[in-house]
Design a protein. Structure first.
Length: 643
């Protein structure tokens, strides 16, 4: 359990800003959790009140049982009777610098039109719709249109490949895919429709492909392809919202796990939206004049929760940016902050690290004075990067919220809460869990460990944003999250609590990598490598990286008679990009004769990790009864020579 973060003095510095007391709220949550969450849920608009706050049938939680509501109604209709109606919901900024403002009323009309189109196409409550779109307004519009009629959306990040689409569509048995002709990425066009064309050859459930015009490519439209514009323009701008039971699925979002197959995380609406509403209030302290800029892609949970649902429920104005942070110049976020008067910026350590590399002059040349709050998410933030964010971007006036959560938790679980709290920040620590959220750090046996010691981060009690289950796989849900620590949710992260009880999340404890904040499973990557005709075996591990946090390193055993060449290495990497997507490309590939394994055949990835990170390998003798030491040592020597 050695880690450079633990008990490092520079991390313990406290930076204080004024706020309001949180203790009372936490006490209330502890004393009567049902009453507490029930009060939180009353912030939403319900068509019918629930009969029971929580039905906890371990490990399945049902929140606000019997309550009826609609997510799109809570994001849109509710604002139509207020001043919000004609105010900006979305300021969309294109990669080419064009911007478009969409009011709540305009957004409402578009969502309703698309919802009516879905109905005309025979889509019913509970049907699945896959969305494979770049960061354009039609992405949130499509999600909300699904929510309106009770169809379950499954958004796939538009950087994923055809094969990834096939796996996800077939698991969900979606009837429709919504895509675009193309998407812009660093000035180049990603041919999204062509990627979808490849995929739909192998997705029997797909009946129609809806295509948004973005890049105006010359496309061949097949008989099941329909242009988005042609479809929606003729529809009426009102579609009655479906009354959804609180625990009916709102969406499926696939995320990498520790096996080869991504997991379909399912979220509902009553609990999930309650968690989002209240966490956004505590953490972002949203108010009517906020211009909120969350830089995540909507294809990940951050975008689902804190671009689509939470900000719209709160009626704030939000910025959706289409492109890359450094295109055409490494200043895009700062340019956008100045141009639209952003008040809250929510971004990732990877983006900050890459901006920091370009020095202070670039951000200093922009007017960032509109900012009042800065957030980070997705990976641990290094204290030096935290300080740069605080000093150079926030000019020492903006609190920093380091928010820890996961696809599975639905919403933020650990963070400072500027909306309700006295702010004593420690750079690099997310601080404490939110009111009502009980965290515990445990050892291998699931027993609570003392402060200062590194262990597994677990969550002791169900919380409203908790995933409902894994799509069509209750067993995997139980196994993955509920069998490693007794009666607690297993997050898969390492963490420790310091003497002031601040929580420090140190990174994944399992076979999941975080590359530039993107979650990738080592086994998923290894399967992709092995699907190349020249590869017999693969072991994937990660190396620490100054910008991306971690990068992918692959050890590959070639099939008989195949020679390791530079060209083969390039070709294999291209294969990975085609199989999973560009985010999965390896930083370095090593061809080896044998992989270090235990006697039972398990690849010893931890050993490989120590080698690539040039750490001491530790005591190999402890592995003696599991592995053939001689063989491994021999291989490690060979690998070491290559590094
Ligand atoms: C994993 C979840 C949270 C939404 C985006 C990622 C890591 C997330 C932090 C943070 C340290 C963090 C964890 C977690 N992580 N936030 N503030 N500090 N680590 O969602 O793709 O489901 O990944 O991201 O390892 O388990 P995700």
């Amino acid at each position: 359990m050695d880690d450079p973060h633990v008990n490092n003095d520079t991390n313990q510095q406290i930076i204080s800003l004024e706020g309001i007391k949180i203790k009372q709220i936490k006490d209330e949550a502890r004393q009567d959790p049902n009453q507490f969450w029930s009060d939180c849920a009353k912030n939403l608009v319900w068509f019918k009140e629930w009969q029971q706050v929580l039905d906890w049938n371990y490990p399945f939680a049902k929140w606000f049982v019997g309550g009826k509501l609609n997510a799109a109604y809570n994001c849109l209709d509710k604002h139509l009777t207020t001043k919000k109606k004609n105010q900006a919901a979305i300021i969309w900024e294109g990669e080419d610098g064009e911007s478009v403002t969409i009011t709540y009323n305009q957004l409402f009309r578009r969502v309703n039109q698309l919802a009516n189109s879905f109905k005309r196409m025979g889509i019913k409550k509970g049907d699945r719709i896959t969305i494979y779109l770049p960061m354009i307004p039609e992405l949130p519009i499509s999600m909300l249109a699904c929510a309106r009629i009770g169809a379950i959306h499954s958004v796939i990040f538009s950087g994923f490949s055809s094969q990834s689409i096939i796996d996800r569509v077939n698991d969900a048995k979606s009837k429709i895919i919504i895509t675009a002709d193309g998407g812009y990425r660093r000035g180049k066009i990603v041919p999204l429709k062509r990627i979808v064309d490849e995929a739909v050859k192998n997705t029997p459930s797909i009946e129609k492909v809806i295509v948004v015009k973005r890049t105006h490519e010359d496309l061949i439209m097949g008989e099941n392809d329909i242009w988005f514009e042609n479809l929606v323009n003729k529809e009426s701008s009102f579609c009655p919202p479906e009354w959804m039971e609180s625990n009916d699925p709102l969406f499926i979002l696939y995320t990498s796990g520790t096996t080869g197959k991504p997991k379909g995380v399912v979220h509902g609406s009553g609990g999930y939206l309650t968690h989002l509403y209240i966490s956004a209030k505590w953490v972002f302290d949203f108010n009517a004049t906020d211009i909120f800029f969350c830089t995540a892609d909507i294809g990940w949970i951050t975008g689902h929760s804190y671009i689509v649902y939470a900000p719209l429920m709160h009626g704030v104005t939000e910025i959706i940016y289409e492109g890359a942070p450094d295109f055409p110049d490494p200043d895009r976020y700062w340019k956008i902050v100045e141009k639209h008067g952003t008040t809250i910026l929510y971004t990732t350590p990877t983006a900050l690290r890459s901006y920091m590399r370009y020095g202070n002059e670039i951000p200093n040349s922009y007017d960032l004075s509109s900012l009042r709050l800065l957030g980070t998410v997705g990976e641990p933030i290094n204290p030096e990067v935290w300080k740069w964010y605080f000093d150079v971007i926030g000019k020492k006036n903006c609190p920093i919220i380091d928010t820890w959560w996961q696809t599975e938790t639905g919403g933020i679980m650990i963070s400072m809460c500027p909306g309700i709290e006295n702010l004593k920040m420690k750079p690099g620590s997310g601080s404490f869990s939110l009111p009502g959220i009980e965290i515990e750090i445990v050892d291998d046996r699931g027993i609570k460990i003392e402060d200062g010691k590194k262990g597994y981060l677990t969550i002791k009690k169900p919380w409203p944003g908790m995933l409902i289950s894994l799509w069509n796989n209750k067993e995997r849900y139980k196994e993955t999250y509920w069998q490693k620590a007794e009666n607690s949710f297993f997050t898969g992260d390492f963490a420790y609590q310091d003497n002031d009880k601040y929580i420090w999340v140190l990174g994944r404890a399992d076979d999941i990598l975080k590359v530039a904040g993107h979650r990738l499973g080592t086994i998923e990557l290894e399967s992709a490598f092995v699907s190349h005709p020249s590869i017999a075996e693969a072991a994937v591990t990660s190396k620490r990286d100054k910008i991306k946090g971690e990068t992918i390193i692959a050890f590959l055993v070639l099939r008989k008679e195949i020679q390791p060449t530079q060209n083969l290495s390039i070709e294999v990497n291209e294969h990975i990009k085609r199989t999973i997507g560009p985010i999965a490309s390896a930083e370095k590939i090593y061809f080896v004769n044998k992989l270090p394994k235990t006697r039972s055949g398990k690849i010893m990835r931890r050993l490989l990790k120590s080698i690539v990170n040039k750490e001491t390998i530790g005591d190999i003798s402890t592995l003696e009864d599991e592995a053939s030491i001689e063989e491994i040592s021999h291989e490690l020597d060979a690998i070491n020579k290559q590094i």
